[in-house]
Design a protein around this ligand. Structure first.
Ligand code: FE2
Ligand code: FE2
Length: 275
């Protein structure tokens, strides 16, 4: 029977979209942990290869056109694919040695399956506009952080409490933008992503909350978040603290994130253009 470890390898190293979307049961056996060296890049066929090219992220009414919508959705889908690969990498590189560490990995497995669902939803929406995933450039900003994440706490600080935390603001923001434009289909996908994302942020909040011991979550989070990322990356331009509370983050963390400003102008961005 396919183990989670074997499956994670095929998701990370398998080059085709169908490898990235390969299903697995939540109750599949975990398999044995063996020391794992991260590949330089995930396996990817040519049309999904990383690119340095950037497309301008559409704003306002441009999102109501088929081409504007496709650029936005293609960019969202890129983030989903990167999340899939990074979660697969997390399953492989961090050891499991007891029931607790295995439970942590089952949480990552459940989140990874949601990311596969999101990627499939976005791709379907692209296809409806005659666009294939890979028709536009795919950046590797998220993946480049992976080698710095030597421990599960650094992984959750970056993935759950930073990138997925920001996505709570972005998914709600774009849900309302698409709804206002009369695009119910895309708005409903954003809503679905938002609802799942709450549980992914909650997963990070849960484990970080245990590991922080007597520190505040904020101090602990900041101490393990890899340089040069800052908490400015953990929120969108329209911060919604109630969504962080819904994910179970402690009040002090929610307030400190709201107050946080940093010196990097690039992170005080107005659009979802993470490069
Ligand atoms: Fe997702
Ligand atoms: Fe997620």
């Amino acid at each position: 029977m396919l183990t989670v470890m074997e499956w994670a390898q095929s998701v990370l190293l398998g080059p085709k979209l169908e490898d990235k979307l390969r299903p697995i049961s939540l109750t599949a056996p975990m398999g044995e942990f063996k020391t794992y060296t991260l590949p330089q890049t995930p396996g990817r066929i040519e049309r999904l290869a990383f690119s340095d090219k950037q497309l301008k992220f559409p704003k306002g009414n441009a999102l109501g056109t088929s081409s504007g919508r496709s650029i936005a959705i293609h960019s969202f889908a890129n983030h989903e694919l990167l999340a899939i690969e990074m979660m697969a990498a997390a399953l492989l590189v961090y050891p499991h040695f007891d029931a607790t560490s295995e439970r942590m990995k089952r949480g990552i497995l459940a989140a990874l399956r949601d990311e596969q669902k999101h990627l499939a939803l976005y791709i379907q929406r692209l296809n409806e506009d005659g666009v294939e995933f890979g028709d536009m450039p795919l950046n590797n900003f998220f993946w480049r952080q992976m080698e710095k994440l030597k421990t599960p706490d650094s992984f959750f600080s970056l993935m759950a409490l930073t990138f997925e935390s920001a996505n709570l603001d972005f998914s709600l923001q774009y849900e309302s933008v698409f709804r206002q434009l009369g695009d119910e289909k895309t708005a409903n996908i954003m809503k679905q992503v938002y609802e799942d994302e709450i549980t992914h942020v909650a997963l990070g909040a849960h484990w970080m909350g245990i590991w922080k011991k007597d520190q505040t979550l904020w101090d602990y989070y900041r101490s393990v978040l890899p340089y040069p990322l800052t908490p400015a990356r953990a929120k969108g331009s329209n911060y919604r603290p109630e969504t962080r509370r819904a994910a179970g983050l402690e009040e002090d963390w929610v307030l400190k994130l709201g107050e946080f400003v940093d010196e990097f102008k690039v992170t005080n961005r107005k659009s979802w253009n993470l490069t």
